[in-house]
Design a binder for this molecule. Structure first.
Ligand SMILES: NC(=O)c1ccc[n+]([C@@H]2O[C@H](COP(=O)([O-])OP(=O)(O)OC[C@H]3O[C@@H](n4cnc5c(N)ncnc54)[C@H](OP(=O)(O)O)[C@@H]3O)[C@@H](O)[C@H]2O)c1
Length: 267
């Protein structure tokens, strides 16, 4: 048992719930903060919440991951991604900001505002760890992750399209949790990429899902995302040298998908 208290924000979300499972087993105290607890955009509420709970570590997972909604409601998105991060990272605790691979070349307001969140967290907090990542995993029934969208369609034998020009090294949420917990235990500060030791298109990823969940790979059609008409490649593969060399962590796609399959059928 590690004698520290950890606050997880967004513990109702896909990644936050997996952080909760691990941290709750391993650390003295786990605290959660979600919209149900109060007005997250009120700095007084946040400050009182932090003073009352006094966490040693904050893992900040809250974000609006609906890209279209972020584009439409820019003020609300800024309040959540920039201002809430500002309030939380100003507290005297090790601060872990869960970011995204999309900040490297922001093409939408979700990514721009997540980048602002990174900047403010790094400025406010000396012990800040910014985790850039992309992920697949299991969400709640009301929110469909990439994997769940694919699974539901494939199960009905509905054909789906996989983009060949969108390339990433997303990892399973539990692989992120495992890696971040190791990073928290070190004295690392700054930005770290948490991704797999591979680079794969969404098309290839969906075919892998078919193989692992025993669906016909022919259900996945080749497609291209139309990024402003030109057939550009959108490659957000993260360089994972630091994760490999400093932390000796190499994340494989086969292992991640195997773990996902086990968890999916166990749930
Ligand atoms: N999902 C991905 O593919 C992906 C990729 C790269 C990085 N990330 C980053 O990883 C982190 C976790 O993402 P996730 O996939 O776990 O997202 P998620 O499943 O959508 O969960 C997001 C969490 O934020 C909360 N939240 C969203 N909007 C809110 C609002 N307006 N007010 C209060 N709480 C709000 C949600 O609460 P409710 O449950 O109440 O809605 C939930 O607890 C985020 O920082 C995200 O930017 C995600």
């Amino acid at each position: 048992m590690i004698d520290k208290s950890v606050l997880i924000t967004g513990s109702t979300g896909m990644l936050g719930k997996d952080f909760y499972s691990l941290i709750n087993k391993k650390y003295r105290k786990t605290i959660t903060l979600n919209r149900i607890d109060g007005n997250l955009l009120n700095p007084v509420f946040i400050s009182e919440f932090l003073d009352k709970n006094n966490p040693d570590i904050i893992i900040h997972c809250i974000a609006d991951t609906n890209v279209a909604r972020c584009e439409k409601n820019k003020e609300q998105t800024l309040s959540l991604h920039r201002d809430l991060t500002d309030y939380l990272s100003s507290y005297n605790a090790k601060f872990v900001y869960i970011s995204t691979d999309a900040v490297i070349n922001p093409t939408n307001f979700y990514a721009e505002s997540k980048l602002l969140g990174e900047k403010i967290a790094l400025k406010n907090n000396q012990d800040c760890i910014v985790v850039r990542c992309n992920m697949y995993g299991i969400n709640s029934s009301s929110k469909n992750s990439l994997f769940e969208w694919a699974y539901k369609n494939l199960k009905k034998s509905t054909e789906i399209t996989g983009y060949t020009n969108v390339i990433f090294n997303a990892v399973y949420t539990k692989q992120i949790v495992f890696s971040v917990e190791k990073i928290i235990q070190s004295n690392f500060k700054g930005i770290i990429n948490v991704g797999g030791n591979y680079s794969i298109s969404k098309y290839e990823f969906l075919k892998k899902i078919c193989e692992v969940f025993e669906f016909d790979t022919k259900l996945v059609h080749l497609g291209e995302i139309d990024s402003s008409g030109d057939k550009k490649i959108n490659d957000t593969t993260l360089n994972v040298d630091v994760l490999n060399n400093k932390f000796d962590i190499e994340l494989s796609l086969d292992e991640g998908l195997k773990q996902l399959r086990r968890d999916f059928y166990d749930k």
